[in-house]
Design a protein around this ligand. Structure first.
Ligand code: NI
Length: 305
């Protein structure tokens, strides 16, 4: 009985000692934090300090959370930018297979490209004339025109022409934030896919303006040009035609805009002349296929030889 009581007493004493030690520790912490605290105010200081400590901890946690969130956003952006894959569904229209085989090895292959459309009146006139030259071309369309002129785009695609992206509202992509840049690419892809069932397999940045960020965001090959017809400047079919003829060469990519009647007329005149010189008119991806080249996402091509 006696020893049991001693054991209980010593246990209580030990517990008190631990409590005192703990209180002492907190008190010390309070003093070290607040040097002006006297021993009488230790308890009060302790409470304050504990509160302060809690607040500080909370702030740190919030800060940490914010940092983590920021990091995550950046990572997602990088993943988005680099994880896009080049779709090969548009490499060439299977209906063109036999014709393409027949022109394999032709040393006069040329890709006519038309930006800024669709523009029904002129785009359709061009489409009306392609069959007589066995020609197919590439259209780099502006996203915000796609829904409006869906029928024209569908027709161009169904004929076996290639549809590339020219961004959503013709912004200079190098001047945008990451988020804005992705929006331009993704919105255009969505618009085009809604109409023809497949997203653009190529990107031509407006103004031919690109940097590393644009190349990474593209997710598909970036196509510029080596022949600039300056059709928008002259609006003269003869000049358009002459500029094409003068600069035509095997593997060339020619820049035009199907926004002007003079461009369409000039392009048709040039096809007529070049066909007699032995040229074949192919899309950008057909050109790559015929040259045995696999276009790489994020790489820039101004011609394909
Ligand atoms: Ni343009």
């Amino acid at each position: 009985m006696e020893s049991k009581r001693v054991r209980i007493t010593s246990a209580i004493m030990a517990l008190m000692l631990v409590m005192l030690t703990l209180l002492g520790c907190t008190g010390n912490a309070a003093q070290s934090t607040d040097a002006t605290s006297s021993s009488e105010t230790t308890t009060a200081s302790t409470t304050t300090t504990t509160t302060t400590t809690t607040t500080t901890t909370t702030t740190t946690t919030t800060k940490k959370l914010t940092t983590t969130k920021k990091k995550t956003t950046t990572t997602v952006m990088q993943e988005k930018i680099t994880s896009k894959k080049y779709t090969t569904t548009q490499v060439y229209n299977p209906d063109r297979g036999a014709y393409l085989e027949s022109i394999k090895g032709n040393k006069k292959l040329i890709a006519f490209t038309f930006d800024d459309g669709p523009a029904p009146a002129y785009t359709n006139k061009l489409l009306d004339n392609l069959d007589r030259f066995n020609a197919r071309v590439t259209f780099f369309v502006v996203g915000d025109r796609v829904g409006k002129y869906a029928e024209t785009l569908k027709r161009a695609h169904n004929m076996g022409n290639e549809i590339g992206s020219h961004a959503y509202d013709h912004s200079d992509l190098t001047k945008l934030s990451n988020a804005e840049l992705m929006k331009q690419i993704e919105k255009t892809n969505k618009e085009v896919e809604k109409v023809i069932g497949v997203a653009p397999g190529l990107l031509r940045p407006p103004y031919g303006s690109y940097n590393d960020k644009v190349k990474a965001a593209a997710g598909v090959p970036v196509i510029t040009w080596c022949v600039d017809t300056l059709d928008w400047k002259y609006k003269d079919k003869k000049k358009v035609c002459d500029n094409i003829i003068k600069n035509a060469r095997d593997g060339a990519i020619v820049l035009m805009h199907d926004l002007y009647p003079s461009t369409v007329d000039g392009a048709i005149m040039a096809m007529d002349k070049l066909q007699h010189e032995g040229y074949a008119f192919v899309t950008v991806s057909e050109l790559a296929y015929l040259k045995g080249k696999t276009l790489q996402p994020g790489k820039v091509y101004n011609s394909i030889k």
